[in-house]
Design a protein around this ligand. Structure first.
Ligand code: C2O
Ligand code: CU
Ligand code: CU
Length: 476
């Protein structure tokens, strides 16, 4: 993985924002625990569910205001943030398949924004394209048809070149689509369905967020739903946890501290065909996983932890969340052996090669050697067709990780370096990790009815903000 020296080196060659001297950035939280707060004394916040301001026969209208605000994240300190409706993370929208949402976004910040619903099948005009901006003082209505199956999606800022900083400062939240098919499965729901929105941050002495493009090594405080090392009280029964890696550039590998099992039921774009059992979950930025965890066999009064062990047992800030196990309760929920039937994506009509890595002069992050240009169409893709994408991480020599995110679609990952990926990472995916020097092959089918221009990019947002983005046009 990237170490601090590599990241600084890259920052320098990338001509990224001026780097603050290393000693200064890391001064505040020199210890691995990160902050002076007493761990596990703050209850896990659950982002509020946004209520529609009006509803018609076929859609719900929501209001969102982007504005600067402050919140108490570290004890005794106020952290200035950029938020949706004053909430960090933003409020959760709960949509239903077959019923459209309209989201009216008003920008009360001093910078432009564009709001992207990550993982959604939407028209280009509502996709949050990087140059389709809402200027300060202006509003825009996004139209989300919600025609796709139940899924854990998230929305975030996507303004050209500044998405990394704006998402880092708070512009992100959850968008959950539900449907009758998944309701009928009997999975844990209601208060037993908990989102865990995970991201990292660096703070200064006054509690302000420090942001330097690409200096992710300094962002050592990991927050869950906006809180540092919170606790959550659980009953002795099954829970559904919706895990989102909402960090700009930090991959995580999650385990339970007792070595317990996760039953993975959903990936980025919704349910897997069958549950997948395992004891760790690797999520890179923007990837999601839904899991069922059963606390039945834990003693009342015991505790266990959700941990990040991406860098091994010595991973800084390893304990992310404490579960405090309470009394048993009747548990009618279940995890069926078959969750959903996946579509056949068909045979590819062509193969594309996509190289992700620094450009030859080492001045920016590139896709196929080029920096992002919103006026250039990199690929033209035929609606209704399937393509084979061969994505190479060409930064093996620098050990830089990248990922591939494609707007509009859910794709099928075939293999990584020729080794087939497991079912939990195959489909439905909208973001896939491409470790340094590796090659991922994936099938991309343009089955959406929409045509037009959509971005694809590395979802290390510090990379996409530094040009690692391109765009395709879906043509009839
Ligand atoms: Cu989550 Cu184009 O991004
Ligand atoms: Cu996206
Ligand atoms: Cu990248």
């Amino acid at each position: 993985m990237l170490n601090r020296r590599d990241s600084l080196k890259l920052g320098a060659v990338a001509g990224a924002a001026m780097l603050v001297p290393a000693g200064r950035l890391s001064a505040v939280f020199a210890d691995d625990e990160g902050t002076a707060s007493t761990p596990f004394t703050r209850a896990l916040p659950i982002p509020p569910v946004l209520r529609p301001v009006s509803s018609t026969a076929d859609h719900d209208l929501y209001d969102m205001t982007l504005a600067p605000t402050t919140a108490s994240i570290l004890p005794g300190l106020q952290t200035p943030l950029l938020t949706f409706n004053g909430s960090f993370p933003g409020p959760t929208i709960r949509a239903r398949r077959g019923r459209a949402s309209k989201v009216r976004v008003t920008n009360r910040m001093t910078t432009p924004s564009s709001v992207h619903l990550h993982g959604a099948d939407v028209a280009p005009s509502s996709d949050g394209h990087p140059v389709d901006l809402i200027q300060p003082g202006e509003s825009k209505i996004y139209h989300y048809p919600n025609r796709q199956p139940a899924a854990t999606l998230w929305y975030h800022d996507h303004a050209h070149h500044i998405e990394a900083e704006q998402v880092y400062r708070g512009l992100a939240g959850l968008y959950l689509i539900g449907d009758a098919e998944s309701d009928a499965l009997g999975l844990p729901g209601g208060q037993y369905d908990i989102p865990l929105f995970i991201r990292d941050a660096a703070f200064d002495e006054q509690g302000r967020l420090l942001f330097t493009l690409d200096d992710f090594a300094s962002r050592r405080v990991v927050l869950v739903n906006g809180a540092h090392q919170p606790f959550v009280q659980v009953r002795r029964r099954k829970y559904r946890l919706r895990l989102v890696n909402a960090a700009n550039s930090r991959p995580i590998r999650l385990v339970l501290s007792d070595g317990g099992e996760f039953v993975r039921i959903a990936s980025d774009g919704g349910l897997l065909e069958h549950p997948v059992r395992g004891t760790s979950i690797e999520l890179w930025p923007a990837e999601r996983a839904e899991v069922v965890v059963d606390f039945t066999n834990h003693a009342t009064g015991s505790t266990l932890y959700l941990e990040n062990v991406f860098n091994g047992p010595e991973t800084p800030n390893r304990q992310l969340l404490q579960f405090q196990v309470g009394e048993p309760v009747p548990d009618p929920s279940r995890v069926p052996d078959t969750l959903r039937t996946h579509p056949d994506l068909g045979e590819p009509i062509l193969t594309r090669t996509i190289n992700m890595g620094r450009d030859a002069t080492n001045t920016f992050y590139a896709i196929n050697g080029l920096p992002y240009d919103p006026d250039r169409i990199d690929f033209r893709c035929k609606r209704g067709s399937t393509e084979l994408w061969v994505v190479n991480n060409t930064d093996g020599q620098y050990n830089f990780p990248h990922s591939m995110h494609v707007h509009l679609v859910q794709f099928r990952v075939l293999d990584r370096n020729g080794v087939p990926v497991g079912p939990e990472e195959a489909y439905p995916k909208d973001t896939v990790r491409i470790p340094a020097g590796q090659t991922v092959r994936m099938l991309v089918r343009f089955e959406s009815p929409f045509t037009g221009v959509y971005p694809y990019h590395c979802h290390f947002l510090d990379h996409s903000s530094a040009h690692m983005m391109a765009q395709l046009e879906v043509v009839p």
